[in-house]
Design a protein around this ligand. Structure first.
Ligand SMILES: Nc1ncnc2c1ncn2[C@@H]1O[C@H](COP(=O)(O)OP(=O)(O)OP(=O)(O)O)[C@@H](O)[C@H]1O
Ligand SMILES: [Mg+2]
Length: 242
């Protein structure tokens, strides 16, 4: 982090896929220690692209990126970025590739040099924290969509990151599981950026909501959070809306 507590700084960053139009266009972003920032923007506006640029998975055609106070440009500059920033991929199948849940969660810690015992112990602790104890030997590709999302989050947290980038973490989650995720995220002592299409979720877990338009990110002052009256079946059963 630099002396002003800035952890991610993008200046006039541009990115285009295969010589197409700029998906990200002279984008400026300053993300500080302690920030919890939400992004709500239309499909195809460049949200996932932005996360992949921050992780060094996509290389901008111009602009400047500084992470933890250091300029990052070349592939090797991003090695420590990937060690300290945990990205929850939009698609859990991009995150999980091992035969079992425990192997998937332990993969990261092993990869950064933890012993097998340490990696297993961290993984069990995180799985337990996320309410997934008992899932250790489950076959990853046979998990439900919601289970995969939580196991992906476990894999990210097992790396003990300093920052989280969460790409649509509630996609496919039921109300109960979403409530659990809100509890987990708000209880973490970590700064994060969350992409979501769900206003209620994003207002529950973040302090500022940004949007992306024409390749640029800005604070969305047009967003006014409000509640709706609603009617639905089984309304007499105890339930939560999130
Ligand atoms: N590998 C690729 N090759 C070419 N174009 C791509 C590629 N990936 C994304 N795009 C295009 O770049 C634009 C931004 O995509 P991106 O995935 O960043 O959007 P998004 O805001 O995350 O959308 P969503 O809400 O649907 O996840 C879209 O127009 C998309 O079609
Ligand atoms: Mg996306």
């Amino acid at each position: 982090m630099d002396k002003n507590g800035v952890i991610i700084q993008l200046e006039k960053v541009c990115f285009a896929y295969h010589g197409g139009n700029n998906v990200i266009d002279e984008l400026d972003l300053t993300f500080h220690q302690g920030d919890r920032l939400g992004i709500i923007a239309p499909n195809g506006s460049g949200k996932t692209t932005l996360f992949h640029i921050i992780m060094g998975l996509l290389k901008p055609c111009s602009g400047k990126i500084e992470i933890f106070g250091r300029p990052v440009q070349k592939e090797k500059d991003f090695h420590s970025v990937r060690r300290r920033i945990g990205l929850l991929f939009q698609d859990a199948d991009d995150q999980l590739f091992s035969p079992t849940v425990l192997e998937d969660v332990a993969f990261g810690p092993l990869n950064i040099g933890k012993s097998k015992e340490e990696a297993i112990s961290i993984s069990r602790r995180i799985l337990d924290f996320l309410g997934l104890s008992g899932f250790e030997d489950r076959v990853t590709f046979k998990l439900s969509g919601g289970e995969k999302r939580f196991v992906s989050l476990a894999a990210v947290l097992a790396m003990e990151p300093a920052v989280l980038l969460l790409d649509e973490p509630t996609a496919g989650l039921d109300g109960h599981t979403k409530a659990k995720l809100i509890e987990v995220l708000t209880g973490l002592d970590l700064p994060y950026i969350v992409i979501s299409h769900e206003y209620d979720f994003i207002t529950a877990v973040t302090g500022q909501i940004y949007t992306i338009e024409n390749g640029k990110i800005f604070l969305d002052e047009e967003l006014h959070v409000h509640q709706h009256e609603h009617v639905h079946r089984m309304g007499k059963q105890p339930h939560k809306h999130i």
